[in-house]
Design a protein around this ligand. Structure first.
Ligand code: ADP
Ligand code: MG
Length: 234
């Protein structure tokens, strides 16, 4: 019965999301249609192509994130070296960060143990968090994103992403993770929903602290489960 309940909860979430997706892609599709109609009427401007492409990308993003939410990957727990994962994802985003005048600073405590985790899923979470931080920083500002990894904290491994971006007001913090909750022109508002889902599956927690106009700190806390392969059995 529990399984059934869980299934129906999941189905209704997918249904709700699907309704939202339909709603969210209607705007870019309407806009694409409009431009094509302009073309038919002979109004042909080079810049329309950029707008059309931008709108297509938005539809693509929404569908991509919807699919990863609606069809979750199975969690595969394996020993993961969190510090290298954290660094790897920073490298992926470094050129994008550089373009926005944002610098990453990585601080890793000594002796971080391997933990049992799903590296691919955690990658998705970190990518989303780093991206949100980059996007929160005004291009005119010297952006700084400090990523710290610590493990000497109540049996949890903590990954913190701290930025000096625009921050989030208290009433908006409560709504983070709601589908389509976004204040960005090209945002999907699905990123954090996915992050919350993954971190919950990994039995961890995700929390936000923020001061408006100063910055935001996101904390991912994961259980420090000892890697069984390191345990000697007599
Ligand atoms: P999206 O990035 O597509 O807007 P997300 O679910 O990733 O969707 O984030 C939802 C909203 O939370 C963002 O639109 C933004 O308003 C806010 N947010 C998330 N992270 C940060 C951050 N580091 N600084 C400021 N605002 C943030
Ligand atoms: Mg995002």
């Amino acid at each position: 019965a529990e399984e059934l309940l869980w299934k129906s909860e999941k189905l209704s979430l997918v249904g709700e999301l699907a309704a939202g997706v339909a709603h969210e892609i209607r705007n870019p599709l309407t806009s694409i249609k409009g431009f094509i109609q302009l073309f038919q009427q002979g109004v042909r401007k080079e810049e329309y192509f950029h707008v059309i492409l931008k709108e297509f990308n938005r539809v693509e993003d929404i569908i991509k994130e919807f699919l990863s939410l609606a069809k979750p990957q199975e969690i595969q727990l394996k020993p993961v070296n969190i510090p290298s994962l954290v660094k790897e994802i920073v490298t992926l985003l470094e050129s994008e960060a550089h373009l926005k005048n944002v610098e990453f600073l990585i601080e890793i405590e000594q002796d971080i143990p391997m933990i049992m985790c799903d590296a691919n899923q955690l990658k998705q979470v970190l990518l989303n968090l780093y991206k949100n931080s980059i996007e929160a920083i005004d291009i005119k500002k010297e952006g700084l994103i400090r990523v710290t990894v610590r493990s000497k904290h109540e049996n949890n491994l903590l990954i913190q992403v701290c930025d000096n971006g625009v921050g989030i007001s208290e009433d908006r913090i409560k709504r983070l993770g709601e589908p389509f909750f976004s204040n960005k022109e090209k945002g999907t508002g699905l990123g954090l929903m996915l992050c919350y889902r993954i971190i919950k599956d990994l039995k961890g927690t995700l929390s936000f602290e923020s001061i408006e106009n100063q910055g935001t700190t996101v904390t991912v806390s994961l259980p420090l489960i000892i890697d069984e392969t390191n345990v000697t059995v007599n």
